[in-house]
Ligand binder design. Structure first.
Ligand code: NI
Length: 165
C-alpha cells in the first residue's frame, strides 16, 4: 500500500515528467498503484497521487480490463461533452459534476514498453481525462468555477476536521 497524497499537498499541483525507462522499478510502481487503487475502491489512480512525479496512470473501470498508461498523449477529444459526478482518492468524500469531452483517443505505452492507441468513451474516457489531468497538476475541482471550488475546499476541510476524510 502506498500513501495517497491529499488535497493540500503541493505535489498534486506539480507537472509530472516522462518515464525514461521501462524497468522493474516502473513495474513495481504500477503493481503497488493497482493495490492502492483497489484498496481505496478507486477506478483510476495517477502516480503523482502516490508521491511519484512521473507520467503514469492506471484505470480499472467496471466491464473493462485493468489498463496502464505510461507517457500518455491525448491525440483527440470529441466536440461532444458530457457531465458526470467525479470524485478522487486525493479528495475523499467530495464529489462534483464535471463537464468533459465524451470521447477521447489516447496513445501511451504499457509497463512493458509496448505502445498502444485507444479510443475510449463513457466512463473510461472520463477516467482517462481525469487521470491525465493529474499528470499536469490539475485536480477535478480545478475544473469548476472559483466560487464552487471554494465551497468544495471548505466542505473538504470541514470533513477532514471531523475525521470523515
Ligand atoms: Ni483523481
Amino acid at each position: 500500500m502506498l500513501k495517497i497524497y491529499k488535497l493540500g499537498d503541493e505535489i498534486l499541483h506539480k507537472k509530472a515528467s516522462m518515464v525514461p525507462d521501462f524497468d522493474q522499478t516502473l513495474r513495481d510502481l504500477v503493481e503497488a498503484m493497482f493495490e492502492t487503487m483497489h484498496q481505496g475502491d478507486g477506478i483510476g489512480l495517477a502516480a503523482p497521487q502516490v508521491g511519484v512525479l512521473k507520467r503514469v496512470f492506471i484505470s480499472n473501470v467496471t466491464g473493462d480490463e485493468p489498463r496502464v498508461f505510461i507517457n500518455p498523449e491525448i491525440l483527440r477529444t470529441s466536440i461532444e461533452q458530457s457531465t458526470y459526478e467525479e470524485g478522487c482518492l486525493s479528495i475523499p468524500e467530495i464529489y462534483a459534476d464535471i463537464l468533459r469531452p465524451s470521447a477521447v483517443t489516447i496513445q501511451a505505452w504499457n509497463e512493458r514498453g509496448k505502445p498502444f492507441r485507444l479510443d475510449a468513451e463513457g466512463l473510461l474516457a472520463r477516467v482517462i481525462l481525469h487521470e491525465n489531468d493529474h499528470l499536469n497538476g490539475i485536480l477535478f475541482i480545478d475544473r469548476v468555477n472559483a466560487k464552487k471550488r471554494k465551497r468544495l475546499v471548505k466542505l473538504y476541510d470541514r470533513k477532514v476536521k471531523n475525521g470523515c476524510a
